[in-house]
Design a protein around this ligand. Structure first.
Ligand code: NAP
Length: 347
């Protein structure tokens, strides 16, 4: 474990907004995490584990210990039908995807370039271009902070849903994800249902080609967080009833909509764009001009700028379409996770 001499959180979250923590500690093993939680000096301080900070907005200084999960390790096992990857939680997700393809292990290519660490992937069941973590997840290993024992949850026990899992609910506070297991079929089937992949021939396409296409599209549409601070999609795509979707489609026949088991999924980016908010700024925060689903820090944004912009976006979409947007980004305020609505009450 390494206690960092600096307390600035700016380099450790992709919105890159200057905020401080009381203490930042790099954890390199599960033992490190247990020691931090057991250390009497930190007992009364709030603590949180951060991967790459690619889904977190610090609304103010964190009055406690931020633990950077840097537990590393990758093991490959196999049987006749599958590769099984045991991946430590601090492994970088984009590097993991690239490495798997170089190793001839396929199935993660649609999930290329999603910023974050392996341990963060199950929390919001990361997904892109028709593949979600739940499709490839074998297990998630968690540390139970009551018993200091590691427990292995099956994929079914994680209760994965669209950008959802048990780790946002009952297993949010007292458990830390330390590793994940992935199960990838040796008989690979490409997932080509999304627009940018549709022109590939399913009989001849390679995982490498899909990987390269996904990387190219993402690099073109999404701001690189190392250049422009952002946390990827700020909002989830809303899922509405068939009835509401039909009403909206009558008024807006061009509106993208996708049938799902839970209802009809709308494209939040399209709704925001229709409100003419692409490029809209408040202070140093901007709705990304190429992808309205992403809010960015142009360099000098405060968390308040981002939150005001998010509030405006929600209000405009609600007013025009009667659709409530939910945020995907997680807000940390006074050492606790809060919703946008709760945060507004504190202003
Ligand atoms: P897009 O192609 O502009 O499409 C807008 C939305 O429509 C997507 O978010 C996607 O929903 C949905 N969609 C498009 N084609 C679909 C299909 N064939 N079947 C079902 N739903 C479809 O999307 P984009 O913004 O460029 O993103 C492309 C992919 O990368 C999406 O899967 C998106 O979720 C993912 N992505 C995720 C993040 C993040 O931070 N979470 C950031 C950027 C991109 P879904 O989102 O449900 O797939």
């Amino acid at each position: 474990m390494q206690i960092l001499s600096q307390r600035d959180l700016q380099p450790f979250h992709t919105f890159s907004i200057p905020t401080q923590a009381q203490l930042i500690i790099r954890a390199e093993s599960v033992k490190d995490i247990i020691e931090i939680y057991q250390n009497p000096s930190y007992q009364h301080l709030p603590k949180m584990v951060l991967g790459s900070g690619s889904d977190t907005l610090f609304c103010n200084d964190f009055p406690g210990v931020v633990i950077l999960n840097r537990i590393k390790g990758k093991i490959v096992r196999e049987d006749n039908d599958y590769f099984y990857l045991d991946i430590a939680g601090g492994e970088d997700w984009p590097q993991l995807v690239q490495w798997s393809i170089e190793e001839g292990i396929y199935g993660l290519e649609n999930l290329a370039l999603i910023p974050g660490r392996a341990a963060s992937a199950p929390i919001q069941n990361i997904g892109a271009y028709g593949v979600e973590l739940k499709d490839v997840c074998d297990y998630v290993e968690i540390l139970d902070l009551h018993t200091n024992k590691e427990i292995r949850l099956s994929s079914a026990e994680c209760e994965f849903a669209y950008r959802e899992s048990i780790f946002k609910h009952s297993h949010r506070d007292d458990y830390i994800i330390t590793a994940i297991g992935l199960k990838l079929a040796k008989t690979w089937k490409p997932q080509l249902s999304y627009g940018p992949l549709k022109d590939f021939d399913p009989h001849s396409v390679t995982a490498q080609q899909i990987f390269e296409r996904v990387c190219a599209v993402r690099m073109q549409k999404l701001p690189d967080p190392s250049v422009i601070g952002n946390a990827g999609s700020f909002f989830k795509n809303p899922v509405v009833s068939q009835e509401q979707a039909d009403d909206l489609l009558q008024a807006y026949p061009d509106m993208p909509s996708y049938a799902t088991v839970q209802g009809v999924k709308l494209a939040a980016g399209w709704l925001i764009d229709q409100c003419s908010l692409k490029g809209h700024r408040i202070g140093g925060a901007q709705v990304h001009p190429n992808q309205a689903l992403v809010l960015t820090n142009l360099g000098a944004a405060t968390a308040q700028d981002i939150l005001q912009l998010a509030t405006l976006v929600c209000a405009r979409v609600e007013e025009r379409f009667g659709v409530t947007l939910e945020h995907e980004v997680r807000f940390m305020c006074d050492g606790k996770e809060v919703t946008l609505a709760q945060f507004k009450e504190t202003l």
